[in-house]
Design a protein around this ligand. Sequence first.
Ligand SMILES: NC(=O)c1ccc[n+]([C@@H]2O[C@H](COP(=O)([O-])OP(=O)(O)OC[C@H]3O[C@@H](n4cnc5c(N)ncnc54)[C@H](O)[C@@H]3O)[C@@H](O)[C@H]2O)c1
Ligand SMILES: O=P(O)(O)OC[C@H](O)CO
Length: 326
Amino acid sequence: MAAIETVGIVGAGAWGTALANAAARAGCRAVLWARDGAQVADMASRRENIRALPGIRFDDRVSVTARLADAAAADAVLLVVPAQACREVAREIAPLAAPGTAIVSCAKGIERGTRHFITEVIAAEAPDAATAVLSGPSFASDVAAGLPTAVTLAAHEAGLAERLCDALGGPALRLYFSTDVRGVEIGGAAKNVLAIAAGIVEGRRLGASAKAALIARGFAELVRFGRAFGAKAETLTGLSGLGDLILTSSGPQSRNFALGQALGAGAAPQGKLAEGAFTARVLVEMAASSGIDMPVSAAVDAVLSGRLTVDGAIDALMARPQKAEA
Ligand SMILES: NC(=O)c1ccc[n+]([C@@H]2O[C@H](COP(=O)([O-])OP(=O)(O)OC[C@H]3O[C@@H](n4cnc5c(N)ncnc54)[C@H](O)[C@@H]3O)[C@@H](O)[C@H]2O)c1
Ligand SMILES: O=P(O)(O)OC[C@H](O)CO
């Protein structure tokens, strides 16, 4: 199969912009699409996305467009819009992309209502495409700054995953390939919910011991969920599970952590995209329907929906009956 030389990036937020530059630095021609024509004109003239990633100059191989067809015509398309918008955007891409084009989910979440993983959403809306997922510990600002980063790229077809890794990997962005699509997307979706919990602990000033316990017990439930939904153990302990949980629970550079921190401190949230707030309920619903115990995620959902106060959620977690560690 031919090498991937052009990459369309659909979504010009922080992550889409960082990935466009990364693809360009890896030697690809990167076509970055945004739906807002005024933003596209601004990016074209400044060669910078001041709205989402200020201070990072576009690589010469990055072009910007407001025509979705330009990005969809690439050898591979990175879908980098919020998880809940992926269906709508994948539906628009479908008739514009050549059959067999790889559409790579770069969003971290699960679709509400349908309870579908994002690669399932893409497959439903663009059945002629080949689906893949890219996920792992990676702040857009770190990747954009060329700081060393490692993520996982999974596709059901091993050869496609390897070709995408070849195309996108560069000196500062290392990609591991995998065929465990479900495991990679579960890690990326669930860690956001758990990072909100870690932020709540920080915002409530519950101490470093509580934060470590929360992350460890949160990871235990991520693994339970992953196993039940077919993920491989090595994926869950890898970059997209444990690795991303560590990063996202590390501090307020994470928007999910920052949301939790605000909730814990009783402050107003910043209003930035925190995917865990959209995923918490659907994650808990899916767990409940499969008989999986996810008390930390359930507590996050209860706080987000106002069913429990932060203190009520902490009390409820601490009052759970004694059990074997598993
Ligand atoms: N920022 C990061 O560090 C990072 C890293 C890894 C993964 N991600 C994931 O990438 C996804 C996007 O995050 P981001 O940081 O780029 O968010 P962002 O808020 O910076 O940007 C989202 C972009 O999507 C666009 N958008 C929203 N709805 C749309 C729609 N219906 N049609 C077209 N465009 C739409 C917005 O205009 C915006 O440009 C999220 O799922 C996030 O979890 C982000
Ligand atoms: O800022 P967050 O919380 O969306 O995290 C960004 C990335 O997912 C970290 O890997």
